[in-house]
Design a protein around this ligand. Structure first.
Ligand code: FAD
Ligand code: NAD
Length: 469
């Protein structure tokens, strides 16, 4: 059996693992990364990037269809159509470019990449059955000083309606062969609404079944109201407070039950189950380490150390929030600690964006969080209806909200809902991380006409002297 040794061994080449490997190698740490599927992980191959590509294509198509019917702008087009196979090829091209980019960056920085599934033997030893070798070939054995676990997560399946046939996860939904006439989406969270809306815009009839009584239940209700209104406008059928019972006997409809216990059926050519993701903890020998767990996730401290010395964990394996930028930030930090820097994972805010139409962004504390924490705070909003840029892009729905301490005006949170607000997340996180006060944002000249002016105006409003409302 071929045995090799390395200082750092990273399992998983997603955003957590590949960033950790690049940073460690930049700092002179001998690093090996093992990836069983594609570099870039869920994020680049079956998550963030392909979903945003599909959402973009769907939005462009819907816009064109809208122009074909009626346009206040004076734009007229004749009967638009979409070639879904071409859309998927375009999306795959972006994925290919980005995953090749990751491979090139790893190579440039001197990271050794091993292609195959890693199996943990102990906290310092891993075996890999390399791709391209026969099943009876001896696995490669890698001995390391530091072991970083970054294997990501998997879609949660409903036991009474497992994946297969008509029942699909986000992975299949991101590679449609044809458009289903009727799509039933189970779960009105991130994936259900991002992809449900995209399919609706591409032309499918979409019904969304959500167990709780509102959409995007992780966000506060005021923030999700414009999303709810948009879903209704788009003609998405919403079954809130409904539970899914399974497929009917013919397998062509989903049986649902409302809060009163009444059952009905939703015809479905496809059923997208998007009820969450769970850390990937099984099937690769993790249990042999007997690490402390926190629910379904591996427990970590504020340096991403697990309960075993020299074994670290990052990204989705460590639970919520399961976001690519959190995984990357954790990976970068662990690499620096291993290289000898003193670091702790204590971000003032981890922004989260939901790429629905309109988009939703949160960073730091909401008014509810602040109230729960017993903080004496001010919250103020500025509507896009009073923003010139929003009017010129025909998107006046939504608002920006700021939350700040009443005593010293330290900003503790930002939220926004509206078209294109994902790009405000940088300003939100920077101001919180840099300890900005309301006066700092209110006193900064914001370019005109931009959506960013609503950020300044929200701060001005919190200070009691908004100018444009
Ligand atoms: P992953 O990206 O899952 O990577 C783990 C890698 O490890 C995989 O490549 C896997 O093959 C490999 N691996 C696992 N086990 C082994 C083993 N034993 N041996 C070798 N290799 C192994 N997040 C956002 O921030 N923004 C978004 O817009 C967003 N959109 C999303 C859309 C969808 C549809 C989905 C599903 C997720 C989305 N996410 C988004 C979440 C984001 O993709 C994850 O949080 C992120 O990819 C987690 O990174 P990770 O490095 O922990 O794991
Ligand atoms: P989610 O947690 O966002 O939403 C799941 C939804 O399903 C919830 O609203 C929940 O109440 C509902 N639900 C659960 N069980 C149900 C049942 N039996 N019947 C009906 N409804 C049910 O999960 P997701 O949408 O699957 O996304 C998984 C993870 O992927 C997210 O936690 C997020 O971290 C990540 N993600 C992020 C983005 C982004 O950042 N834009 C996009 C997609 C995914």
């Amino acid at each position: 059996m071929a045995t090799q040794s390395t200082k750092l061994l990273v399992i998983g080449g997603g955003p957590g693992g590949y960033v950790a490997a690049i940073r460690a190698a930049q700092l002179g740490v001998a690093t090996t990364l093992v990836e069983g599927e594609q570099l870039g992980g869920t994020c680049l191959n079956i998550g963030c990037i392909p979903s945003k590509a599909l959402i973009h294509a769907a939005e462009e198509f819907e816009k064109t269809c809208h122009y074909a019917q009626d346009s206040a702008l004076g734009i007229h087009v004749a009967a638009p159509r979409i070639d879904l196979a071409q859309t998927v090829r375009w999306k795959d091209g972006i994925v290919h470019k980005l995953t090749s980019g990751v491979a090139a960056l790893l190579k440039k920085n001197g990271v050794q990449v091993v292609r195959g599934w890693a199996r943990i033997i102990d906290g310092k030893t891993v075996e890999v059955q390399e791709h391209g070798t026969s099943a009876d070939a001896a696995p490669r054995r890698i001995v390391c000083e530091q072991l970083l676990l970054a294997p990501g997560s998997l879609a949660v399946a409903l036991p009474f309606m497992p994946f297969g046939g008509r029942v699909i996860s986000s992975t299949q939904a991101l590679a449609p062969q044809t458009l289903p006439k009727r799509l039933v989406v189970v779960g009105a969270g991130y994936i259900g609404l991002e992809l449900g809306m995209a399919y609706r815009k591409l032309g499918a009839e979409v019904a969304v079944v959500e167990a709780l009584d509102r959409v995007l239940p992780a966000y506060d209700e005021e923030l999700t109201k414009p999303v709810l209104a948009s879903l209704r406008r788009q003609g998405v059928q919403l079954l809130l407070g409904h539970t899914v019972q399974g497929l009917n006997a013919n397998g062509d409809a989903v049986r649902v039950r409302d809060a009163k216990g009444e059952e009905s059926e939703l015809p479905a050519d496809q059923v997208l189950v998007a009820v969450g993701r769970r850390p990937r903890t099984q099937g690769w020998g993790l249990e042999t380490l007997m690490l402390d767990m926190k629910g379904p996730a591996v427990q970590i401290d504020d340096q991403c150390r697990t309960s075993m010395r020299g074994v670290w964990a990052i990204g989705d394996l460590t639970g919520e929030p399961m976001l690519a930028h959190r995984a990357m930030a954790q990976g970068e930090m662990v690499a620096e600690i291993i290289a000898g820097t003193r670091r702790h994972f204590a971000p003032a805010a981890i922004p989260a964006v939901c790429f629905t139409d309109p988009e939703v962004v949160v960073a730091g504390q909401t008014p509810q969080d602040a109230a729960q924490a017993g903080l004496d705070f001010i919250a103020a909003s500025f509507p896009f209806a009073a923003n010139g840029r929003a009017m010129t892009i025909e998107s006046t729905d939504g608002f920006v909200r700021v939350v700040a301490r009443r005593d010293n005006h330290l900003i503790v949170g930002w939220q926004a809902v509206g078209r294109g607000v994902s790009e405000l997340s940088a300003a939100f996180s920077q101001s919180i991380e840099m300890g900005a006060r309301l006066e700092d944002v209110a006193g900064t000249i914001h370019a005109h006409p931009t959506l960013g002016e609503a950020v300044q105006e929200a701060a001005l409003r919190a200070l009691g002297h908004a100018l444009h409302i």
